[in-house]
Structure formats: C-alpha cells, structure tokens
Design a protein around this ligand. Structure first.
Ligand code: PGA
Length: 251
C-alpha cells in the first residue's frame, strides 16, 4: 500500500456459525486493540447475527451486511433493504461477492442496480470482482475485470463510499492465494480503469482490497505491494488469529 489511505480489512463470516460461536469469536476479536481512525476493520456478519455483532463487538469494529437488496422497502419477500440496514445502524455492505454471482444468479447488471441503490440510500459498499480459473487460464483476467468495473463505474455516485475487493474466484476458500505479483497486476489494472473513467484523484484515493485465501502468514507480502490497500478475509476471519491480519495491515 502507498499513499495516505486508510487500510481496509474485512472479515466475511459468510453463512457460518451459531449464536454461541459468534459470541465466542466476538470475545476473541475484542482482544485486539486498534485505532479506528487508522484502519477500517469491517465485520461482515450473516444478517441474523448483525445485531449480535453490534452488541458484542467493541465500537472500533464496523459491522457490515454481506448483501443488500436491489429494491427498496415494499412487497419484496425475503429481501433486506438498504433502508432497513441503515435503520439498524448498519451502513456498510458487500455487493457482488462471487458466491452471490455464482449461486444466486447475480449478473453485472444486478450488481450495478444494488450499488446504485445502496449508494443513493447512503450506504458504503465493498464491490467484489474477480475472474474464475477458466477465465485466468484463457488470459481473460483483464477483460473480465474491465467488464465488471464498466458495469458499476457509471452508477458510483460517491466514490468515498466505495472500496473495490479484488477476489479471484479460484483463490476463494481454496488455500490457493494469488501471488503478490498477480494481485498487484490486477489491482494496478483496476486503478487504471478508474483513473480513465473517474480521474486521477479518485483513482489515487480508492482503496482496493485483495481477497482469496488470505491468512496471517501471507498477508504481509501482499500488503507490501503498492496497490493493495487491505484484505477481504473469509475462512481466516472466523479464527481468533484474524487479529494478526489487522495488526499486519497497521504496520
Ligand atoms: P477466503 O474467502 O478468505 O476463505 O478465501 C474470501 C472471501 O470470499 O471473501
């Protein structure tokens, strides 16, 4: 990471845990001490556990949703609107995680609709993008990232409320982390795309987090790269040693 940006570290709990497990994890996370003015640590809890995380985690943590509806309040059975999240004191959400794209049919257009509405409503969001193994092996990584960014850039009404999470699908939950060079190449390319469409100042300030098999052991080398401004962590965020990833991003 370079410049004066604030590191961004997300813990994506996905659809895991019981009340008791979440409670135990919150206690472990509360052992960490960090200045929220120096780093954003964003815990993405399952919807049902958002209130629990709000209640149990100390205030230096930001609590985030993992998904948000593309529609507002109304006759939309099973959805969680940005209005409702904000009313609960939740002002961050992930959008377009690859698991949403893969298993729940979220297209680039859906991701753009969700982004537009979430930002308009006043939420902050981590927009997730990344290529599959097949796309990487076919040398299409840049083309995929461009397609995914081209879908959302026109609807981003407030860049200070957005971070981009680059998460190569082949690295998610596989233990196969991208090399620092692979991640840096993708991050630099994403920043270049933003520079072309939104200008140098926006691109320089944009935080781009890497996600995909991040651990306390591999995060330091990734973070040393100039365009890597933080992490979105899945599996390793369910362990007490997640606090070591926070520490690495602070040093
Ligand atoms: P992982 O997941 O760290 O378990 O690979 C990352 C993510 O999906 O956000």
């Amino acid at each position: 990471m370079t410049g004066s940006k604030k590191p961004w570290v997300g813990g994506n709990w996905k659809c895991n845990g019981t009340k008791a497990a979440a409670d135990t994890l919150c206690k472990a996370l509360n052992e960490a001490s960090f200045d929220p003015a120096a780093i954003d640590v964003v815990i993405c809890a399952p919807t049902l556990h958002l209130s629990l995380a709000q209640e149990k985690l100390k205030k230096s943590y930001i609590i985030s949703a993992q998904n948000v509806s593309k529609t507002g309040n109304g006759a939309y059975t099973g959805e969680t609107s940005a209005d409702m999240l904000l009313d609960m004191g939740i002002n961050w959400t992930l959008i377009g995680h690859s698991e949403r794209r893969q298993y729940y049919g979220e297209t680039d257009a859906v991701v753009a609709d969700k982004t537009a509405l979430a930002l308009k409503t006043g939420m902050k969001t981590a927009i997730c993008i990344g290529e599959t193994l097949q796309e990487r092996e076919a040398n299409n990584t840049h083309a995929v990232l461009k397609r995914q960014m081209d879908a959302v850039i026109p609807v981003i009404s407030n860049w200070s409320h957005v971070i981009i999470a680059y998460e190569p699908v082949w690295a998610i939950g596989t233990g196969k982390v991208a090399t620092p060079e692979q991640a840096q190449d993708a991050h630099q390319y994403i920043r270049q795309l933003v520079k072309e469409k939104a200008g140098s100042a926006v691109a320089a300030d944009l935080r781009i987090a890497y996600g995909g098999s991040v651990t306390p052991d591999n995060c330091k080398d990734l973070f040393a790269k100039p365009d890597i401004d933080g992490f979105l962590v899945g599996g390793a965020s369910l362990k007490p040693s997640f606090v070591d990833i926070i520490k690495s991003a602070l040093n």
